[in-house]
Design a protein around this ligand. Structure first.
Ligand code: DAH
Length: 339
């Protein structure tokens, strides 16, 4: 009886098809485990008559050997493609590496340029290391104006009659442009500026401004207003409201500061706008006759308007960012949100 079972199992094992990892496992469970068929036959050895034991035992050992050898062979064959090798799905989209993104300040500058180019402005630039004469004097700053103080200005050279500064605003590019070209002039002048100020959530000691200048015959404050209105609606959305507040700058007369309705509360008043409903976006005005004169332009013949705005400040407003320092720290967790 047991002999027949052994012969039958032998034939079964020899012809067993092991074609993959799961049929290998099924084979193991059937023949090789402690409660498998072969182990069961070993159990039955107890009932085999004594004189038969050596012969049957030998057959049984051979059977076990056969089963194990077959298992080992099949196992090594599947080793390379075993369960823990992940199956490759060629239809999956590839993993995209983060290649970097445009900095939000550059994005906003790009939008500003597009808007003003669309209105016929061209771009001009000037040096960041600037003559004190262009940064202050030709812009009609009196000699004792507080903006010239060591507190605000980084001086490169001071006291020998030809002071050199890190420009504190982009307005000196107006002077360079008017000295170099005859009107009409219609320019935007973006760039980096520097101020000797403590860094905080609201101010940095280096930031960007975009300056604008339009000089021609018969330019009026109405032209300035129309330009700023058009810009603000394109930049912040068509439902934004504006207000012009009287202000003072040495290089413009009259001067104004422009506010837009708060992006957060829509003008009702909240924490961001300090409960005023308004947020300041720029300073502007009609170019002071002294400034035109300093650049050899006759103020009786020509007039002009100018404005200056902080690009970081606009970026904060645009994206609702609450701390200006995020824009300088280059933390990838921040930057990758602007892809
Ligand atoms: N230069 C000024 C500043 O940095 C901003 C400014 C105000 C520029 C009025 C202008 C202007 O051209 O007309 O605060």
């Amino acid at each position: 009886m047991i002999q027949e079972s052994i012969a039958q199992l032998k034939a079964e094992i020899e012809s067993a098809q092991i074609s993959d990892a799961s049929s290998l496992e099924a084979y193991r469970l059937k023949y090789l485990v402690r409660k498998g068929i072969i182990a069961e036959l070993f159990e039955q050895m107890k009932t085999v008559p004594r004189e038969e034991k050596p012969r049957i035992g030998k057959l049984l050992n051979e059977l076990k050997q056969l089963a194990e050898t077959k298992f080992e062979q099949a196992k090594s064959q599947f080793a390379e493609q075993s369960d823990d090798t992940p199956t490759l799905d060629l239809t999956l989209p590839g993993r995209k590496p983060f290649l970097g993104s445009e900095h939000p300040v550059q994005k906003v500058l790009g939008d500003m340029k597009r808007i003003f180019f669309g209105m016929g402005f061209s771009e001009a630039t000037g040096p960041e290391i600037e003559l004190d004469d262009y940064n202050f004097t030709k812009l009609n700053f009196p000699d004792d104006h507080p903006a010239r103080d060591m507190q605000d200005t980084f001086f490169i050279r001071k006291g020998d009659g030809e002071d050199i500064v890190l420009r504190t605003h982009t307005s000196p590019v107006q002077i360079r442009a008017m000295l170099a070209q005859k009107p009409p002039l219609r320019l935007i002048m973006p760039g980096k500026v520097y101020r000797n100020e403590a860094v905080s959530a609201r101010s940095l000691c280096v930031f960007h401004q975009l300056e604008g200048l339009y000089v021609d015959k018969g330019v009026s404050f109405a032209d300035l207003k129309a330009t700023i209105y058009s810009f603000a609606k394109q930049m912040f959305g068509s439902d934004v409201n504006l207000r012009f507040r009287p202000s003072f700058f040495p290089f413009t007369e009259p001067s104004a500061e422009v506010d837009i309705t708060c992006y957060l509360c829509g003008g009702k008043g909240c924490r961001v706008c300090k409960h005023t409903g308004w947020l300041e976006i720029l300073g502007c005005g009609m170019v002071h006759p002294n400034v035109l004169r300093n650049c050899n332009i006759n103020p009786n013949e020509y007039s002009g308007y100018a404005w200056g705005m902080g690009i970081e400040r606009t970026t904060l407003l645009r994206y609702g960012i609450t701390d200006i320092r995020y824009l300088l720290e280059n933390d990838v967790r921040m930057l990758e949100q602007f892809e």
